[in-house]
Design a protein around this ligand. Structure first.
Ligand code: AMP
Length: 140
């Protein structure tokens, strides 16, 4: 994969507002936040998408995420937040290096979010659900 801006931040070549770091993970503020405290949690391993991430890097990411979520929400005074993780351009991924967005949510005022989620559920039959479940399960 090509070198991304996040790899350059991890190597210290570009500055960031760091909030957490360990062997596997760096977390820093998003430069264009959707709300106060919008944080990016990035594995140091330079995989483009979750499906390409090694088990070790994924385990490190999973271990760090809950504490970072607790810190972000406590520091911004809310108990609501979205975890957003885009994979691929059709899913809105701009930086091709795995990252979770931690986005604090509030109804209004300071900390209100610029995030809007449309959830247009599709009507599907039992047969369609069973068919796609079988196809996925075979590959897991
Ligand atoms: P995504 O669309 O999921 O790939 O999100 C990429 C995010 O990275 C966007 O929210 C950007 O604002 C953020 N971003 C890009 N460059 C930087 C940077 N130098 N420092 C912090 N955040 C950045």
């Amino acid at each position: 994969m090509s070198d991304t801006i996040f790899s350059r931040i991890i190597r210290g070549e570009i500055p960031c507002h760091r909030v957490y770091q360990d062997e596997h993970v760096l977390a820093f503020l998003d430069i264009n936040p959707l709300s106060e405290g919008h944080t990016l949690v990035v594995p140091k391993e330079p995989a483009a998408t979750m499906a390409e991430l090694s088990e070790d890097a994924a385990a490190g990411l999973g271990r760090a995420l809950p504490a970072i979520c607790r810190a972000v929400t406590k520091a911004t005074g809310t108990d609501s937040y979205n975890l957003l993780q885009n994979n691929g351009s059709a899913a809105g991924q701009e930086v091709e290096h795995v990252h979770f967005h931690v986005i604090p949510r509030r109804a209004g005022g300071r900390g209100a979010t610029g995030l809007s989620v449309e959830w247009n559920a599709q009507e599907v039959g039992e047969d369609q659900l069973a068919d796609v479940a079988r196809r996925i399960a075979r590959l897991c």
